[in-house]
Each structure stands twice: as C-alpha cells, then as structure tokens.
Design a protein around this ligand. Sequence first.
Ligand SMILES: CC(C)(C)CCc1c(C(=O)O)[nH]c(=O)[nH]c1=O
Length: 310
Amino acid sequence: VSMQAEIAGISFDNLLLNAAGIRCSTVQDLNSILTSEAGGVVTKSATVEERAGNESPRMRALPLGSINSMGLPNHGFDYYMAYVLKAQSAGYNNVILSVAGLSPADDLLMLREIQQSGFDGLVELNLSCPNVKGKPQVGYDFAAVEQLLGEIFKFFDKRLGLKLPPYFDLTQFDEMAAIINQYPVTYVNSINSIGNGLVIDPVTETAVIKPKGGFGGLGGEYAKPTALANVRGFRQRLKPEIQMIGTGGIKSGMDVFEHVLCGADLVQIGTAFGSEGTPIFDRISQELQDIMIEKGYRRLADFRGKLKTL
Ligand SMILES: CC(C)(C)CCc1c(C(=O)O)[nH]c(=O)[nH]c1=O
C-alpha cells in the first residue's frame, strides 16, 4: 500500500507531518523530524523577532490531550528562513515554513521577505495570529481575513497554505470558504487548537497553566470531532484545487484514516507527537497500512473524501 500524497506538485512519500508548534523550534528538532518516518517537517510558527513566549507552566499534557498558552516562543523569522533555505539546497522540498505575525502587518512583512527569497516550498500562514486590540484573532474576523488575503495576493505568488482556527457554526464554514475560494490559496489546514479552554487541578484548586489565568488552546482527543468536522466542512465548500491538511486529535492510524475520509491530503500530528516523539510516525504509518490492507485500499485516493452519511 502507498501513503504517498502530494500538495501542489510537491510529493510527500508519507502523508504524516508534525503540527507547527510542538517540538519544532530548533534546528535539532526540525532535523530529527526531517530524518524520521514523517513525510516532511513544519517549523514552529515564526514571528518577525525572536520571542521568549509566556511564563511557564505554559503547556500541560493531559489524559485526553493538552492545553497550552505558549505565547509564540520562537527563534524569529530569519532563523527559520535560513533553515528552510538550507534544507531546500540540500534537496528537501518537504519543509513547510510556518509564519504567525503578531499583526497582519507583520504577516505581510514576512511574506514579502519570503517572496523575495529563493524559497519555493510551502508556506503556512497561521491565521490565529492576534489582531488589533479588542478584536478577535484574525481567523475569527472575516473582514480582516478578506483584507489580509487581498493584500497578500497583490504580490505573493508562491505556495501558501492557511492554518485555521476551529469553527463551530456552519455559516462560518460558508463565509470562510467563500472568502478563501476567491484567492489562489494552495491548501487549508484545519484545525488549530480549540481556543481558550480551562483545565483545573481540583486538589490544589488551581488552573494548571500560568498564562492568561489558565486559559489555553486544547489539543488531542478533545479536538478530534471538531477537527474532523472542519476538514469535512471545508472540503465540501472549497474549490477542488484548494487542498486540505487535517490536524487535530490524531494519535493512531485510525484517526488518520478518519481525517482522510473527511478529505485530508496530508495530516499533522501535534499533541500526540509531543508526548511520543518521532517514533509515533513509525507506529502510525504501520497502523494505517494495516487498516488499508484490511479494508482493501491500495492508495489514499481510494478513500479520500469518501465519508458516507446515513
Ligand atoms: C495563539 C498564538 C500565540 C496567537 C499563536 C501561536 C499558537 C500557540 C502559542 O504559541 O501559544 N499555541 C497554539 O495552540 N496555537 C497557536 O497558533
């Protein structure tokens, strides 16, 4: 069986990637993923300047997933730009550069630099980036999304994916898909963590993470049903030439199978990769192959997007 997939002409020999943000901040982190069973690697979302991020404890692994409010700790745009260019000149085209400006202006600044660079791999724009004070994150401000995409595609002609927060009302799928369908977006990656959850330790009567009074993004099993609905919802609404990456709640081959049934071309693993490390790519690859053999599928295209309804 084959687990090969491609996005905009870039072939991945395995559809499994890491998700931006977890164990992918340093060159060492990135190289360990690139040389693992994973089909490629995604950088920690870069901001213009290096950031220390929020105070710890800022992430907590939980029985059913994780909660985090990292605050975008990263080594800065130049660090990751240098990494992806070096990987590219070493022959790797399966490296995704994730960017998350602290404002739409920073998004544009970084994308202009990428446009001028020799990088011709995939760029993933994290739309959970903050907006003007008092307004929701960009991904939840449809006018801001439309404005930003309009600005970007005045100059940007490389391959751009959008990392979206989860949506919970079908009219939001309609609105976001209608906006995205107007632009030459290469792929949509659903979902980012489910924002502003709260996890409590009842023994100490305390929130488990320090930043934002304990409010943080939820990942893992908590996120899977919402992730599947977002992958399916956008797959049903986006033009066929806009591809899908499925992220959220993947910790087994069956979870990957479900994301592909909903329409995912590639998948990204965050929380579970954080707890298991790179061996997870071997384990999940094996589990997915066993499922495909059992079900009589030879390639991902045999079942991609083929979810049945009753
Ligand atoms: C939430 C932001 C800090 C604005 C973006 C970075 C980010 C973080 C983070 O760095 O806190 N955590 C997530 O689960 N998803 C994200 O996209």
